[in-house]
Ligand binder design. Structure first.
Ligand SMILES: [Zn+2]
Ligand SMILES: [Zn+2]
Length: 330
């Protein structure tokens, strides 16, 4: 029986362990993906730390999967063997709840999430629901495509919610911000990058991508912002971002988990400032962004790690020791 390898989270708050398992067979509507690369997302840290509700253990993290179709289950059309596909965070939805029926499947009452409530991509193989996978172009590097699958897709949903204003702030200049900054600059917007105070490497990285200003999250930008997106999981950034946006401005919380937001004066929200969060993604977001990214010339910066070094990649992400995105290559 063919064997696959996976880095498994057996209990919250522990290191991942390498396990061998039989390669699973795809059920009806599913595909078996032979993984070529899987991005490491901050949400994986929240899964590992046990910070998300209703976890499932053991679980294989990873929801930025790029791979090739190795087998298809009954009733799967449109995915030829060997075709390159992407598997995102949204693993499946119920299709019948009020949110699904209203075209808001990102809010589905009964979803499955890749690498959280179903096994993900820190592995050589994964099973995915074919209806939630996306064809990827044949050209382009697997590892460089991987961060588009979450940092790109959920970043894009956050970006759209930020509105059309030309002065944009990005708090937390990691995988998502480095992708969306490129889109914003391509669209002619002025990007202001906020990093951990004193993180000059991240600030230089943001400037190298075309940000007009980069500084610490405790600093005020040189101009009032039309909108800000918070990608860092730090609730204390919310009042800082509200302070940096102008009247009628928007602050979008793009992460799936955030520490508590401290109290702040109502004056920071007044004058029709908006504060909103983004949850998950829809397949429409994915189709839209995967078509737009090549037009915008998005080029991700990645650091590759072997699958067995997943714990090192996670530690580097946690400590802010890398620019761009970490990607596991089995
Ligand atoms: Zn639903
Ligand atoms: Zn993610």
């Amino acid at each position: 029986m063919p064997v696959m390898r996976a880095m498994v989270l057996e209990r919250p708050g522990t290191a991942l362990v390498m396990r061998e398992r039989p390669v699973p067979l795809p059920g009806p509507g599913e595909i078996l993906v032979e993984i070529a690369a899987c991005g490491v997302c901050r949400t994986d840290l929240h899964v590992i730390d046990g910070e998300l509700p209703d976890p499932r253990y053991p679980v294989v993290p990873g929801h930025e999967i790029v791979g090739n179709v190795a087998a298809t289950g009954e009733g799967v059309g449109g995915f030829a063997p060997g075709a390159r596909v992407g598997v995102p965070w949204l693993g499946a939805t119920c299709g019948v709840c009020p949110y699904c029926r209203a075209g808001r499947e990102n809010l589905c009452d009964n979803p499955l999430f890749t690498g959280y409530t179903r096994d993900g991509g820190y592995a050589t193989h994964a099973i995915a629901d074919a209806n939630f996978c996306f064809p990827l172009p044949e050209h382009g590097d697997d590892a460089e495509l991987a961060p588009l699958l979450c940092a790109g897709l959920i970043g894009w949903r956050s970006y759209r919610m930020a509105g059309e204003g030309s002065a944009l702030g990005l708090y937390g200049f990691g995988a998502a911000a480095h992708i969306l900054a490129q889109v914003a600059i391509w669209q002619g917007r002025r990007v202001h990058a906020f990093t951990r105070p004193g993180d000059e490497a991240a600030q230089a990285f943001a400037r190298s991508l075309g940000a007009v200003w980069a500084g610490g999250s405790d600093e005020m930008p040189p101009e009032p912002l039309d909108a800000a997106i918070i990608f860092a999981p730090v609730g204390a950034l919310v009042p800082l971002a509200l302070k940096a946006v102008k009247k009628g401005g928007r602050v979008v919380c793009g992460g799936i988990h955030m520490s508590d937001i401290p109290g702040f004066p109502y004056a920071l929200l007044w004058e029709e400032r908006h504060l909103l969060s983004v949850a998950n993604l829809t397949r429409a977001d994915a189709r839209e962004f995967l078509a737009l990214a090549p037009q915008a010339g998005v080029k991700t910066q990645v650091r590759r790690y072997p699958l067995a070094a997943a714990n090192d990649a996670l530690a580097d992400l946690r400590e802010g020791r890398l620019q761009g995105a970490a990607v596991l290559v089995p």
